[in-house]
Design a protein around this ligand. Structure first.
Ligand code: ZN
Length: 312
């Protein structure tokens, strides 16, 4: 039995995961990122212990804990080298939690953990596999011959920070024009708001008012109801997503590419236009094509992936 923990900027989510990668129980607590690393580490250990005990296990029955955390993670030393969202600089999380609970702990970049979870969920047959997550930011993970590709310095596979537009929109990383600045939910909301300002009669206003806010769904819902301004937003957004995916495919030509994150819930409304754009921009015209699909695990991918990496 394993425990997978998804350490986010807002919540710490944990799951009791069996050998096959099934979540048997889950629980979460707020991260409280402002409290500093020691309080967060102690909460993670408590959460792991609680989830084991609530389900009839002692913590010593758990074979290993896997943690997915945002940022640059030295997976060999179990250290969060740097993170944007949580106050960790060179914190040896694995050693500290292992010291508190007396079981092995492995820590991994959160997008890599999710990629590994989705890779297992697809049956782990692809020789090369790419996962991208369209959420608040854009993350990614690359699995080659069953192994995560981390880069020599653990900072690799940051697919969201590939350049899409030279001197383009500002990105959270400090550069301009990154794919993330066009293909994240944050970017889609910005694009939606702009179109709403320019089109006061669009039904996007009505939808946003009902929801209480402009979200990543606003334009997709309005477009499905025939709103022209919303269709414009969705077409442009899917073009940004597709163009980025085409570049990634031109680098890796992976056997499979899976799209996850909040926007992936749009299903075929996202997938079909993206497949068309990719097919147009794919350098490879004569060899077998990358299979592109929507994620299967959605929010659970990080927990399951972290647990299964710890199993390994
Ligand atoms: Zn960036």
């Amino acid at each position: 039995m394993f425990i997978g923990i998804d350490l986010g900027g807002t919540n710490i989510a944990a799951g009791l995961v069996d050998e096959s990668g099934k979540i048997l129980a889950s629980d979460s607590v707020p991260t409280g990122a402002e409290r500093g690393s020691d309080a967060i580490i102690s909460d993670m250990a408590d959460l792991a212990k609680r989830i084991a005990e609530k389900n009839g296990y002692k913590i010593s029955d758990i074979d290993a804990i896997g943690i997915g955390a945002p940022g640059t993670i030295d997976t060999d030393r179990g250290v969060v080298a740097y993170s944007n969202n949580i106050p960790f600089r060179n914190v040896p999380i694995a050693e500290k939690i292992s010291g508190l609970l007396n079981i092995p702990v492995h820590i991994e970049n959160d997008a890599n953990a999710a990629a590994y979870g989705e890779y297992i969920a697809t049956g782990a047959k692809a020789k090369s596999f790419v996962f991208i997550t369209l959420g608040t930011g854009v993350g990614g993970g690359v699995v080659i011959d069953g192994k995560l590709m981390r880069g020599f310095n653990y900072a690799g596979a940051e697919l969201g920070h590939c350049l899409l537009v030279l001197n383009g929109e500002a990105c959270t990383c400090g550069n301009n024009g990154c794919w993330e600045a066009y293909a994240s939910v944050t970017a889609l909301i910005r694009q939606t708001k702009k179109a709403m300002d320019e089109n006061p009669n669009s039904i996007m206003h009505e939808i946003a008012e009902k929801e209480g806010k402009v979200s990543g769904k606003t334009a997709f819902v309005a477009a499905s109801r025939g709103d022209e301004a919303a269709k414009g937003v969705v077409d442009k957004y899917t073009e940004y997503v597709g163009a980025g995916i085409a570049s990634i495919i031109n680098v890796f030509q992976p056997e499979e590419l899976v799209i996850g994150g909040g926007i992936s819930k749009e299903g075929d409304n996202l997938l079909i236009p993206v497949q068309k754009i990719v097919s147009r921009m794919d350098y490879n015209k004569y060899m077998p094509k990358t299979k592109i699909s929507i994620a299967k695990l959605y929010n659970d991918a990080g927990i399951i992936g972290a647990a299964l990496i710890a199993r390994k």
